[in-house]
Structure formats: structure tokens, C-alpha cells
Design a protein around this ligand. Structure first.
Ligand code: N01
Length: 584
């Protein structure tokens, strides 16, 4: 995907060669920004390289029409600064992309982050120099710097997947990817538009594109479940109530399996009568969004329970979409919530519009692009513009874009060929002093991203603080601990129905990728407890080399706020074993 040449010109700057930093951070999204803030708090020197022309990561690139967050605004923000929490106000229950990007820019200004960030710069390689015990980091602009620590803040869903359809170069109109949307926006007024894909990005953008386009044709390979957002202006009373004690609200959210707060019910769906279930689903549907999955505790563990919520959701689709053939095509027959649940505003209603058509490409895939449009099943559909809402090479794709070489010439890509291997999703054996923020093997995309990011950054910051305190040179997990962690990640994934379908969670959306459930599904608080324990036990499972004082107890500077008592009735290991942990 091209970077923006105008922005790059604007960000003209001298090259950085042979400059030494304590840490280099790759990416200036929410992870890289907060990491920089903490590195400064430790008094460490840092350089952040960012491929985009500004901060914000996901929210910088995904500017497609209708893009908004699926986690409520009052929870989708940093929690590290009470002042920041108090001074910022969101306008809607679910924030639109431009407002989240404004927030990211506000944070960058408020904490004076930009002076250590180099924009329009892609890190191309990071190589561990064993003799010097430092990382050599190179960029596409010719920078070549060294750092003791290299921190990958590259995001989980940032490597866009543009399938290599034959003939794309022949198409005479523009082809857009939702994850690389033009900054100036796109006006579809009066155009014949094709959209490929029906995941979250498509489900958000289709209703908005349909308002402008003369005709809209959607190519669907797999139908998706979607729950209405019931988005609205943010209720000022609700905002006031949360801001009256924001830290308490944050603590409640952190104790939840997904790292964000909503009310849920832990009882099993099949213990209820059909009438009770219907009432319960109707009530949770009326709340809308991802919390719909909180209607019962066993929905993602017990297929028979899941069938009941799936049928409720299909009934909703059949109730909305007037043409029965289209409604049937839109009804998924897989496990509800197995793929990431979508949240929409008027998605299914859009198919009632006379100029909107659904084309099933499940058995006859898109054959090719032509000069005029797209061909499937021998039929050519003519378009002025095509939108590929075809997703991302999730979790590992963003790492693959950087040539990361650890000890003995081992590349991360090679090491992860059969699937990612990490210890706690934070580090990987053979790659000393390399850290990942929300890497594979951590809750990452199964938790609300900002709390997941903050918890990782705080842990890394305490780790780096400890290394500085003890004069340590390198830290690296043992292979045995990494193997145990990978086995545990797989073990808990096997318990969940989520591991049973061909989603991007398992890399199945892109041909040729290994099929491994990548995020940690054991629940955010359980994972946080494990990270705390590792730290408190003097970085158990890690080899720390070169320390002056081997048994100095790590100081807890940043992770203190992750040590609150948990609501163990809901999130206990016993609850997990009994498969009564909703929405994990
Ligand atoms: O991507 P996706 P996304 N021919 O992979 C189809 C997060 N997110 O960008 O299902 C035809 O979900 C593919 O079909 P199939 C969220 O976590 C968050 O929509 O593989 N079709 C699918 O329909 C989300 O889950 C938010 O059979 C092809 C679609 O393209 C994640 O990002 C908003 C194809 C891709 O769907 C990714 O969502 C948006 C082909 N060759 C996204 N290749 C918010 O919270 C792919 N497809 C706001």
C-alpha cells in the first residue's frame, strides 16, 4: 500500500544514522504513543518511527465511511491520566473515527509526544547485534539507529489484506481498501459501486456508501452476524456519573474477561425455558452491540446453547430483510460470535433499498477484475469504483512486514512459520530485548484494545525499569516457558467454540497461513494476574543477563494499577473450567 507522498514531502527531515537510543518503538498508534510516554517517565531515550503521516494507527488509516468504534466511547480511551480522562468529552455513545483520531492528536499534543516521533517512515529491518547486545533498526528512508530495546507497537489489524484478484490493474476505476482510505475522502455520489467483503468494515461502510451511490453491489463470501449498535448522542448524565469516579469505573472494566464493562449473565442458556431465553435475548438485543453476547454464560462453550442465540439473530435478519432469497443469503449458519461479532447501524435494512444487490461468491469466487468491473460465475458486474473490505493479515501480518532477525540469524518470520510462538504475547525466545505490545498469545483483540495496550506497556515499562535498576543487558524468555505458554494458549482456545471456525483469529481468512488460534482466550484478568505473578517472581521464565545485582526485587512502578482485587466469582479459574465465562 502506498504511503502518502504529499505527507512524506511535508515531513522532510535529516536522516538518522549511527544514533543510539535506549529504545526504538515501531508504530505511533495508541500503543506506541503510550510506550513513548512511559519511556520518558523512566528517563530513557526513545525514537518512535511511524509509517503514517500522523499518530493514531488504526484510526489514522481506517477512514472509510461509517468507521466507528465497537466499544463504548467512555471505555475506549486511555486510563493512565485522570486529568486526560476528565478534560476529554466524547459526543456519541460509540465514537466515530474522526473523533478518535482527534483524541489521539490531542494526547500527542498534551504529552508533547511528536518531538520523538518520525512520521512517514517505515521500519524495514530490526537486527540483533549479539556482540554489542543492541538492536540495529533500519527504515525505508535510510535511517540506521541502534537501541538496547526494540518495541513492536505495530497493531493487530494493520497489515491490509488485498487479495491478488486477477486483472486488478485493468480496472479503469479506483480500487479502495477500507484500511487504507484516502485522507481526502471519497464521494460516491451517482456512482456504480462494488463492495467485496461483509466483515465489520463492510458492515459499517455499506449503509453509508449506499446513501450516496447510484447502485451498490455487495460480494459476500461468508455472511456475518451483526447486532445493532443503537448509537446515539452521549448522554451527559451518563458521562457525569462516570467522571464522578472514573478510576472506579476503569477498575470494574479491567476485572472483566474482555477488559470492558457491561452487565452480563453467567447462567447457562439451556437452563432457561424457550420463552425465558426469548425474553433474555430481546432484552440484550435492545442493549445492542457486543454486550449482546453476555446474555448467557455458556454461549461460546456449548454449541446447543449457541444454536439458540444464532437462531434468534437469524430471525432478526429475516424480520428486517424483505426479500426472502436475500435474507436467506444473509443468514449465517455458523457458530454465533465465532468470527468477531459485527455491530451495525442499519446494515441489514440497506438490502431493502432498490439500488442495493447482494451477490453470493461462496461457491463461485470472484474470478477476476476487468476493465469495466468484476466477474463472478461468468457474469461481469460493471462499476465506477470498487471497495475491498477484505480485512487484514491479522496478528502476525504486521510483524511480517519488518525483517526481524534475532540471535544466530534466526528471523521471526521463520520462527513463526507454523504459527506465532511467544511468552505471554510479550516476548519471543531467540529475540532478546524485543517486546511486542498486544502480540499473538496475549488477549489483544479479544480484549478492549486500549486497556490491553496499557497493561502491556506498563509491564514492559516495569521490566525496562528493572533492567535499568540492575544494570542488566538482555532479557529473553526460556524456550521451556515459551513452550508452556503456547501450549496453554492452545489449551484454553480448544475449550472455546471460537476456535472452531475459519476466522482471522486462526489466520484462515488468507490462503496459506498456518491455522492457529492466535489471541489468548483465557480472559483478560487471568492473563493480567499471570503477568503480575511473573514480574513479582523476579521475571520468572526469563533469563536476564549482565545484571549487577541478580536478586534485586523488581520495583512495581507502572503495573501497580493492574493489581486490584478481581471479581473472582465471575473470573475465577473454576469459572473458566466450568465454562461459565461469558464473552471470551
Ligand atoms: O475484515 P474481516 P474487516 N473474496 O476479515 C471477505 C476489527 N474492526 O476489516 O469471511 C471475497 O472481518 C471476507 O470473507 P470471509 C474487528 O475486529 C473493528 O471487516 O473470509 N471475499 C470477509 O467478509 C474486525 O473483525 C471495527 O469468507 C473476501 C471480509 O472480506 C476486524 O477489524 C471496525 C475475500 C473481510 O472481513 C477485521 O474486520 C472494523 C475474497 N478473496 C474492523 N477475501 C470497530 O471496532 C476476504 N473476503 C469499529
Amino acid at each position: 500500500m502506498p504511503s502518502d507522498p504529499m505527507s512524506r514531502e511535508k515531513n522532510e527531515r535529516p536522516l538518522e544514522v549511527d544514533v543510539a537510543f535506549d529504545a526504538v518503538v515501531v508504530g505511533a498508534g495508541f500503543a506506541g504513543m503510550y510506550m513513548l510516554h512511559c519511556l520518558r517517565g523512566l528517563g530513557l531515550s526513545a525514537r518512535v518511527y511511524e509509517a503514517g503521516g500522523g499518530v493514531g494507527g488504526t484510526w489514522y488509516w481506517n477512514r472509510y465511511p461509517g468507521a466507528r468504534c465497537d466499544v463504548e466511547s467512555m471505555q475506549y480511551s486511555y486510563s493512565f491520566s485522570e486529568e486526560l480522562d476528565q478534560e476529554w468529552s466524547w459526543s456519541e455513545k460509540y465514537s466515530p473515527q474522526p473523533e478518535i483520531l482527534d483524541y489521539a492528536n490531542h494526547v500527542a499534543d498534551r504529552f508533547d509526544l511528536r518531538r520523538d516521533i518520525r512520521f512517514d517512515t517505515k521500519v524495514t529491518a530490526a537486527t540483533f547485534d549479539d556482540a554489542a547486545r543492541r538492536w540495529i533498526v533500519e527504515t525505508d528512508r535510510g535511517d540506521r539507529v541502534t537501541a538496547q530495546f526494540c518495541i513492536m507497537a505495530v497493531g493487530c489489524l494493520s497489515a491490509a489484506n488485498l487479495p491478488p484478484f486477477a486483472g486488478m490493474a485493468d480496472f479503469r476505476g479506483p480500487i479502495y481498501h477500507t484500511g487504507h482510505w484516502p485522507h481526502e475522502g471519497v464521494d460516491f455520489t451517482g456512482l456504480e459501486v462494488g463492495v467485496i467483503g461483509t466483515g465489520s468494515s463492510a458492515i459499517q461502510s455499506i449503509p453509508v456508501i449506499a446513501q450516496q451511490a447510484a447502485s451498490l453491489t455487495v460480494f459476500q463470501r461468508t455472511p456475518n452476524y451483526s447486532v445493532p449498535a443503537w448509537n446515539d448522542k452521549l448522554d451527559p448524565e451518563y458521562e457525569r456519573a462516570i467522571k464522578a469516579d472514573y478510576p472506579a469505573f476503569r477498575a470494574k472494566a479491567r476485572a472483566r474477561p474482555t477488559g470492558f464493562y457491561f452487565e452480563f449473565n453467567t447462567s447457562p442458556a439451556l437452563d432457561a425455558t424457550p420463552e425465558e431465553r426469548e425474553r433474555q435475548y430481546a432484552e440484550f438485543w435492545a442493549r445492542g452491540g457486543l454486550p449482546f453476547l453476555g446474555a448467557y454464560g455458556d454461549l461460546l462453550f456449548d454449541k446447543a446453547a449457541n444454536d439458540t442465540i444464532a437462531e434468534f439473530a437469524r430471525d432478526k435478519i429475516r424480520g428486517i430483510v424483505k426479500d426472502p432469497a436475500t435474507a436467506a443469503l444473509l443468514c449465517p449458519d455458523n457458530v454465533f460470535g465465532c468470527k468477531r461479532l459485527c455491530v451495525d447501524t442499519g446494515y441489514f435494512e440497506t438490502y431493502n433499498l432498490p439500488h442495493v444487490t447482494l451477490v453470493d461468491v461462496s461457491t463461485n469466487p470472484i474470478e477476476r477484475f476487468t476493465e469495466k468491473g468484476v466477474v463472478t460465475d461468468g457474469v461481469e458486474y460493471a462499476f465506477d469504483a470498487v471497495v475491498c473490505a477484505t480485512g487484514f493479515a491479522a496478528m502476525t501480518g504486521s510483524f511480517d512486514r519488518v525483517a526481524i532477525t534475532g540471535r544466530d540469524g534466526l528471523t521471526l518470520k521463520e520462527k513463526w512459520r507454523a504459527g506465532p510462538r511467544t511468552y505471554l504475547g510479550l516476548t519471543s525466545a531467540g529475540f532478546p530485548n524485543l517486546f511486542m505490545i498486544t502480540g499473538p498469545g496475549s488477549p489483544s483483540v479479544l480484549a478492549s484494545m486500549i486497556p490491553a495496550i496499557e497493561q502491556h506497556v506498563d509491564w514492559i515499562a516495569d521490566c525496562l525499569g528493572h533492567m535499568r535498576d540492575t544494570g542488566a543487558e538482555t532479557i529473553e524468555p526460556t524456550v521451556a516457558h515459551e513452550d508452556n505458554w503456547v501450549a496453554h494458549v492452545n489449551e484454553v482456545a480448544a475449550v472455546s467454540l471460537r476456535s472452531t471456525c475459519s476466522s482471522w483469529y486462526v489466520g484462515a481468512n488468507i490462503p496459506g497461513r498456518p491455522r492457529v488460534f492466535m489471541p489468548y482466550i483465557g480472559g483478560f484478568p487471568i492473563y493480567v494476574g499471570k503477568c503480575n505473578e511473573v514480574l513479582s517472581n523476579g521475571f520468572e521464565g526469563f533469563v536476564i543477563d549482565g545484571a549487577r545485582e541478580a536478586d534485586t526485587r523488581p520495583r512495581v512502578r507502572f503495573t501497580e494499577r493492574w493489581r486490584a482485587e478481581l471479581d473472582l466469582d465471575v473470573i475465577s479459574p473454576a469459572a473458566v473450567a466450568a465454562r461459565r465465562v461469558p464473552v471470551v
